[in-house]
Design a binder for this molecule. Structure first.
Ligand code: FE2
Length: 202
């Protein structure tokens, strides 16, 4: 069954800190394009001949190679839009404990998150690492699937492709980063963090 794009119109009208309706609507359209491509790839995968897969070129092989871009382009945008806000919520006790145990303090996490975002042309993912039992920052370079760590669970996704901010900020990327981080909807992130990290490693 085809996947339907989620609606994030509740963010319009100033409900995502520092992001105009024009900026957000353009981004929603781009996200909807990833959902459409994910559906198209899945539909074609269901019909395409699998008898001669090939590393150099084959239709089935190429569909499988492009699938992670459309899949992550869909899911990461949904995680990003879901957690945008106006700074009205705060990390709860569980989130604070996990962040402190993982990064030292909230300020240390924020400093590293900003450094990752300013380094990236892609995404910052904050992930729970099941191997070490703590949160880690993961910089995703280019497309949506290059650099993702293994054995992690994505808790937060922050888009720092130019299309996420250029209409509102042009080259003032640092201002976008500051606004998006201070506007995060922690009610959403607190809920995600409850899925993991019952006893974070020190
Ligand atoms: Fe984006």
């Amino acid at each position: 069954m085809a996947r339907e794009p989620k609606n994030f119109d509740h963010l319009l009208g100033g409900n995502a800190k520092g992001l105009s309706d024009t900026q957000l609507k353009a981004h929603f359209t781009l996200y909807q394009g990833y959902v459409k491509k994910l559906n198209e790839i899945r539909e074609k995968l269901g019909k395409t001949d699998k008898s001669a897969p090939n590393y150099s070129f084959n239709e089935y092989s190429e569909l499988r190679r492009r699938e992670p871009v459309a899949f992550n382009g869909t899911v990461l945008h949904e995680m990003y839009f879901e957690a945008l806000g106006n700074g009205g919520a705060s990390p709860d006790d569980h989130a604070k404990k996990l962040i402190n145990a993982s990064f030292g303090s909230m300020d240390e996490w924020l400093a590293d998150a900003k450094a990752c975002l300013m380094s990236a042309h892609g995404w910052l993912l904050v992930c729970f690492d099941y191997t070490e039992g703590k949160l880690i920052n993961n910089l995703i370079r280019t497309e949506h699937d290059v650099g993702l760590f293994a054995n992690v669970h994505v808790m937060m996704a922050i888009d720092v492709w130019e299309h996420a901010y250029f209409f509102d900020y042009q080259t003032k990327k640092a201002d976008y980063v500051a606004n998006v981080l201070s506007g995060l909807n922690w009610d959403v992130i607190n809920g995600r963090l409850k899925m993991v990290g019952g006893s974070p490693a020190a």
